[in-house]
Design a protein around this ligand. Sequence first.
Ligand code: ADP
Length: 459
Amino acid sequence: MKKKINLLIGFSALVLVVLSAIQYYLVKTTYEYKVEQFRSEIKEKIAKITNDYSDIDTTIFSKKDLLYKQLAENYIRDKSTRFHIKNALLQNEFKSELTRKLQEEFENEIPNLTIDFAIVLDKFVIYDATKEADTIFAEKPFIENKLYGDLASLDDAFLIRNYVGTTSGSFKKQELSSDYKLLTEDTLYVSIKNWEYIVLKRMALILIFAVFSILTLITLFVIALKALIKQKKISDIKTDFINNITHELKTPLTTLSVSTKILERKEIRENDETYNTVLGTIIRQNNRLQNLIDQVMTNSLGFEEIELHKEKVLMPDFLNSIVNDFQIAYPDILIEKMLDPKKISISLDKFHLTTAITNVLENAVKYGCTNIKVKASLQEGQFAISISDDGIGISKNKHSLLFDKFYRVEQGDLHDAKGLGLGLYYVDQIIKAHQGSIHVISDLGKGATFDLRLQITNG
Ligand code: ADP
């Protein structure tokens, strides 16, 4: 059975993990799709603005063209300027002006988005009179070749478009007119601030549903698991109870059956003394059976079903009398009383409370104590009773089950005390019926302390 449950739990956990993985995969794919969608949306919008850079400001671009031309011509005249060209281009005097213009344009056209951009120069090729291409530079786009813009890195930026520009011109060189062509290529990169956040916001609904469904699944799984474990515990407890009660009933029943057989014999009936002894045994065993049934009937009532007959009782005198009676029944046990003498009147059911406190005291004896300490005092407006023993104690992981109906700590070879697992359940129910509380402080081999609290003003 246990193996079956473990297998079931393992399999369900595996299914849960697989489902979570699938969910994760779906969310990831959706995210990637959304990023792609966002990217093409931005591309489209920006492409519209920058369809032709000269749309933005013709004068600036013509100035840029002039700059290009001038640098190209300088180069054709004096090839030694080759290495200055790139620097002159990258540090052009329109850099900040153009950046501002483009920035303004983006802000007007795409409000609510903070956009950084860069136009990166990739190519600068001159064709002079000989029609031979002279590549001043042709590089992969990287941020150091930024012509305009305020972008610091291309890592997270979207590539929007490439712009290939051709210019032609002519100039006089030693009385000869010389024609040339200029080919430039640049790329526009754009980065939207917090674009991940924007994409996530767009898929918020999907995210919420995904998280919600997986959480629901986990919760349901935990609830089902808990119910299963509880069910298993209840069934174990029931089996234990049946074993215990059978065990408890067997002795009186066997004795009764043997005794009645003895009584069938004529010579026994004729001997008064043996007859009375056997009859005495029958009466005792009968009483024992009756007691057992009573115990099951009354002790297994829940606190809602217990009918209390409350009356005003003076503490700690009432507790003192219970302990004294107990001492008479168990003269070998050393009982130390530390009762706060201050008199307090509490409304409670004398019969049930006596049985409950006696149950705790009897358990102390049943589970191996020789000394018991009973303390009583007023604490935080409640009457606190503490009963400590030096018996075998209860390991901490059993504490939460101790007050359950029919629960008995697995004995192993610790002790073989008889019981039905109803004593502490009954104590707990009685204390609850008095709106009080009970808890245990104990560990294996270290004795046990039961703390009981009773409301002082409980009508
Ligand atoms: P029962 O005594 O019939 O088994 P109880 O409900 O009275 O049932 O107690 C439940 C279990 O708690 C017991 O089986 C026992 O193992 C443990 N227990 C109760 N009181 C003590 C105690 N004072 N010291 C050690 N173990 C205790």
